[in-house]
Ligand binder design. Structure first.
Ligand code: IVH
Length: 668
C-alpha cells in the first residue's frame, strides 16, 4: 500500500509535468503512447486503491481549450473522448467484449479514420447552422461560429431533405497538409514560431479573433457523429451517409465491417492508405453501427463503450548524430540543427533535423555522437524526439549551445521569456543581411525577379549590396561584372527593381523585415498608419491600439525605426521612389476593376466604414444595391450580418465575401 501510494504520487507528478510541457510549452518530451501508458497505470492504481483518489489527479482532468474572448456554451450532450489502444489484438478483444455484452447478438461495426485535428460540435436548427462550439472541458466549450462559417466545406444551409428540425453533428476541424505547409513556410519566412503539426495549427486557427485570417488559412472539416432525438436512420453508418447528402464532408474510408478478420484487414489497409490522404490522421475509430446496440452498451464516465480508437504508431527512425550546426536567420535567430547519418523515414532520406532551441537540447539531454530518434509527425522539418541513452559512447560530452554567432562571432543574447538566442549584429552578420535582401525581393514582398539566395550572397560578397536600399543603385554594367550574371539577367534585375516602386505600401512594410511583423500584421499596421512618416512616429502605445498588435510587436516596430541605420534605409528607399503611403482616397479617381458587378453590403466592418465601402464599390466601377436578389453578384459581409440576408444569399447561391476578399478584388 505505501509502495502504491508512492507510485501514485510519482505518476501524478510526472503526468502533470508532461501535461504542462504539452499544453503550455508546446514541447512534449514523450510521445502519446508513453503518456497513455503512464495514465493507464495511474488509473489502474486508483481503481485498486480508491482511498488514494484525489479530485485533482490528472486522471480527472479532461483538458480544456477554453480561451478568453469567446462566449461559451454548454454542450447539449457532453463531448467525451474515446478509449484507445495501439494494438490490433485489443481491437479484437473489444469486439469480443462487445458481442458478449450484447448477449451474442450479431454486431456490425463501422471502421473510420481518426482525424487529427480539433473536435467541433455543430448545432443545426431547421437545416441552418446556428452554433459551433469547441470541445472545451467536455461540458462547455467556446462558441466559434463565426470562424467555423469561414470553412467552405461546412454547409451553412443543408442541402437535400429529411434532416431533423434539431440535431447536432460532430466532426473534426482539420488543416490539410498543403495548407499546413503553406502556413508554416510563411511563418518560417517571418521567423514566427512554427506549428508543430496540423492539429495545433487547426486548433490555434479556430481560436483566432479575426475570422478573415481564419478564412485565409484554409481549414477543412470531416464529420463522424450525429446526435439528436429524431435521427433519420437506426444505424450510425446510414446516418452518416444522410449527412453526406445534406452537404457534410464524410470520409469515403468509412466502412461497415462484420468480423474480427475484416477489422484486422481494415487496419492493415488503412495504415497504408492514410499516407496518401490530404489530411492528417492518427488512427482509426471502430464504432458499433446499430444505435439500439449503442444505447444498450452505454458509456463509462469518460468514453462510450460502443467505440474504440486504434492509434497508429508514429513513424520514427533511429540514427547517429554527426554534429550539431547552428543556422542564423534573417532576424538573427539561431536554430540548432542535428546533422545526421542519412536515414530513410516515410519515404524520404533525412540528413538534418531541427533541435529547435537550447531548452529542447537540454530536455532531450543530447550528447555528442548519440543515437537519436527522428520523427516526421507532420512537421515539414523532421525533429528529434528522443535519445537512445543505452547506445551512448562512454565519455561523450553533452551538446552545448554556442555562445557566439557561428557566422560573425558576436556574443549571442537571449531576451527574458524568449526561447531563442539571437545574434545582435544586425548590420555586420552576413546571413542576416543576405536573408533580409532575399526576403525583400521575394514574391510576396517587392517581387523583384532574378535575385535568389545565391545572387543575394554574391551581391553582398561583391560589396554591391550591403542593405536593401543598395538594390536601387544597381546598374546593368555593375551587375555584369559578377560571376554568373549575364547581361539579360542583369537587365531583368534592374527592371525588377524599377518595377518594385509600384508595390503598395503595405507590402513595403512587410518587406522591411521588422522582427515579428508578418504579412498580416504589416497590412494592418500600414493601413492604420497610412504612411511611413506616421508609422515611424507612432509610440508603442499607439501601435498596440491596432488589431493584433501586442506589446512585443509594438516594441519591435518602435525599436526598428529608432535605429539610425533603418532611418537611413527608409530615406534612401523613399528617394528611390519606393511607395511610402497608402493610395490617396481620391474620390475623383475611377477604375473599372469591378466591371459593373452589383454588391449588397451587410454587417459591421473593420478596415473601412460602410459608407467608405460604398464609395469604393462605385470608384472601382461596381454598383451598390439595397437588397439581395437573383441579380446580385456579391454580398459584402462584415460581422453580425443579418441571418435573413445570409439565408437569402445562400439560397440564391450568391457569393458572400469578406472585407479582405473585397479589398483584394480591388487591389492594384
Ligand atoms: S467519435 C463519443 N470519430 O478523437 C465519441 N472521434 O479521442 C465521439 N476524432 O474527441 C468521437 N476522428 O475529436 C470520433 N472518426 C472519429 C474521429 C474522432 C477524430 C477525435 C474527436 C474525439 C477524439 C477522441
Amino acid at each position: 500500500m505505501s509502495d502504491a501510494k508512492e507510485r501514485v504520487e510519482q505518476l501524478r507528478r510526472e503526468l502533470n509535468d508532461h501535461n504542462y510541457r504539452y499544453y503550455v510549452e508546446n514541447a512534449p518530451v514523450i510521445d502519446d503512447r508513453e503518456f497513455d501508458r503512464l495514465m493507464h497505470e495511474l488509473e489502474d492504481l486508483e481503481r485498486a486503491y480508491p482511498e488514494l483518489d484525489d479530485p485533482l489527479s490528472p486522471t480527472h482532468r479532461v483538458g480544456s481549450d477554453i480561451s478568453k474572448g469567446f462566449e461559451q456554451a454548454e454542450h447539449v450532450y457532453p463531448m467525451l473522448s474515446l478509449g484507445n489502444t495501439y494494438s490490433p489484438a485489443e481491437v479484437d478483444q473489444w469486439l469480443d467484449r462487445t458481442r458478449t455484452a450484447l448477449m451474442g447478438e450479431d454486431v456490425a461495426i463501422v471502421g473510420e479514420l481518426k482525424f487529427d485535428g480539433t473536435g467541433i460540435s455543430l448545432i443545426y436548427e431547421h437545416g441552418r447552422l446556428v452554433r459551433a462550439v469547441t470541445r472545451g472541458d467536455g461540458t462547455r466549450g467556446d462558441v466559434v461560429t463565426d470562424n467555423v462559417k469561414t470553412i467552405r466545406s461546412i454547409p451553412l444551409q443543408l442541402r437535400g431533405e429529411g434532416w431533423p428540425d434539431f440535431f447536432e453533428i460532430r466532426g473534426e476541424i482539420v488543416m490539410p497538409w498543403a495548407a499546413f505547409e503553406r502556413l508554416n513556410e510563411e511563418r518560417a519566412f517571418n521567423e514566427e514560431p512554427l506549428f508543430a503539426n496540423p492539429r495545433n495549427a487547426a486548433a490555434g486557427t479556430l481560436k483566432l479573433q479575426n475570422s478573415a485570417e481564419v478564412a485565409r488559412r484554409g481549414l477543412d472539416a470531416c464529420f463522424y457523429y450525429m446526435l439528436g432525438e429524431n435521427l433519420p436512420c437506426a444505424t450510425h453508418y446510414d446516418n452518416m451517409q444522410r449527412a453526406r447528402e445534406w452537404g457534410f464532408k464524410v470520409s469515403d474510408a468509412m466502412t461497415r465491417l462484420y468480423s474480427t478478420e475484416e477489422a484486422d484487414a481494415y487496419i492493415a489497409r488503412m495504415d497504408a492508405e492514410r499516407k496518401q490522404l490530404p489530411v492528417a490522421t492518427d488512427g482509426l475509430v471502430f464504432k458499433v453501427d446499430s444505435l439500439r446496440q449503442q444505447l444498450n452498451l452505454g458509456f463509462t464516465a469518460k468514453s462510450p463503450r460502443w467505440a474504440i480508437a486504434y492509434k497508429f504508431a508514429a513513424e520514427r527512425a533511429r540514427t547517429r548524430l554527426r554534429f550539431v550546426s547552428f543556422d542564423v536567420g534573417r532576424m538573427g535567430t539561431i536554430t540548432p540543427v542535428a546533422n545526421l547519418e542519412p536515414v530513410l523515414l516515410s519515404g524520404t532520406i533525412v540528413k538534418r533535423a531541427s533541435l529547435h532551441n537550447e531548452d529542447i537540447i537540454r530536455q532531450l539531454d543530447v550528447h555528442e555522437g548519440d543515437m537519436l530518434y527522428v520523427e516526421k509527425g507532420g512537421e515539414i522539418i523532421p525533429k528529434i524526439v528522443d535519445v537512445d541513452v543505452s547506445a551512448r559512447h562512454a565519455g561523450a560530452a553533452p551538446v552545448r549551445f554556442v555562445g557566439h554567432c557561428p557566422a560573425c562571432g558576436t556574443p549571442l543574447v537571449r531576451e527574458e521569456g524568449e526561447a531563442a538566442w539571437v545574434c545582435p549584429n544586425k548590420w555586420g552578420c552576413t546571413p542576416q543581411i543576405t536573408g533580409r535582401v532575399e526576403h525583400f525581393v521575394g514574391r510576396r514582398m517587392m517581387n523583384i525577379d532574378g535575385i535568389g539566395g545565391e545572387t543575394a550572397a554574391a551581391l553582398f560578397a561583391s560589396g554591391l549590396v550591403r542593405d536593401i536600399a543598395d538594390l536601387y543603385d544597381l546598374t546593368v554594367d555593375a551587375l555584369v561584372q559578377l560571376d554568373g550574371i549575364a547581361r539579360k539577367g542583369a537587365e531583368r534585375i534592374v527592371e525588377g527593381v524599377r518595377a518594385s516602386c509600384e508595390v503598395p505600401f503595405e507590402r513595403v512594410v512587410y518587406a522591411l523585415s521588422i522582427p515579428y511583423v508578418g504579412e498580416t500584421t504589416a497590412k494592418k499596421v500600414a493601413r492604420a498608419a497610412q504612411n511611413i512618416d506616421t508609422l515611424m512616429a507612432m509610440s508603442a502605445e499607439a501601435l498596440t491600439a491596432i488589431e493584433d498588435v501586442g506589446p512585443r510587436i509594438a516594441e519591435s516596430i518602435v525599436d526598428y525605426f529608432a535605429a539610425p541605420e533603418n532611418q537611413v534605409i527608409v530615406g534612401r528607399l523613399r528617394a528611390a521612389g519606393v511607395c511610402m503611403a497608402m493610395p490617396e482616397r481620391d474620390a475623383s479617381a475611377t477604375s473599372d476593376r469591378l466591371g459593373g458587378k452589383s454588391f449588397v453590403i451587410s454587417g459591421v466592418f473593420e478596415h473601412h466604414s460602410r459608407d467608405e465601402y460604398k464609395a469604393l464599390i462605385e470608384r472601382y466601377g461596381g454598383r451598390n444595391v439595397g437588397s439581395i436578389s437573383k441579380k446580385t453578384d456579391y454580398v459584402l459581409a462584415g460581422a453580425n450580418m443579418g441571418p435573413a440576408k445570409l439565408e437569402k444569399a445562400t439560397k440564391l447561391g450568391i457569393p458572400v465575401i469578406g472585407e479582405d476578399d473585397f479589398l483584394s478584388m480591388i487591389a492594384e
